[in-house]
Write a protein of this length. Structure first.
Length: 133
């Protein structure tokens, strides 16, 4: 779950997705890391890069699943200011996390059914559940 923690004028946004999982999805199912408009245009994207960054269009994580931001404000951050500055990003990141976790479960199930290791007990593969909501 996307979270934000503030200390004075600094904010740390974190995700439950690991950098390893984000890289896996970038390679296998990059659409799971995007929120798109009906016309296919990308509104928000999560990725991994050499430097962390954040904008209203997405977040790039670097070494871990956190990004630090210092906010230029005269007072320390309060709930209202944090909601105003980071609210949309947190909501979009939460949506991406849901999609990504579903895609990761599907990828794991698909890969398990394709891999056979000699002298290993077979992996029980549960059927995929489809979200009909």
């Amino acid at each position: 779950m996307a979270k934000i923690k503030t200390v004075h004028k600094a904010a740390v946004i974190s995700t439950d997705l690991s950098v390893k999982d984000i890289k896996k999805l970038e390679a296998i199912n990059p659409d799971a890391l995007c929120i798109k408009k009906d016309n296919g245009e990308t509104l928000f994207r999560v990725g991994v890069g050499s430097e962390e960054s954040m904008s209203r269009y997405g977040i790039v994580f670097a070494g871990d699943s956190k990004i630090s931001v210092v906010v230029n404000t005269k007072d320390k951050l309060d709930r209202e200011t944090v909601s105003e500055i980071f609210g949309a990003t947190l909501l979009q990141l939460s949506r991406v996390e849901e999609q990504a976790n579903e895609a990761l479960a599907s990828i794991g199930s698909d890969l398990d059914s394709l891999i056979e290791i000699e002298d290993e007990e077979p992996v029980a593969v549960e059927p995929r559940r489809r979200n009909r909501g």
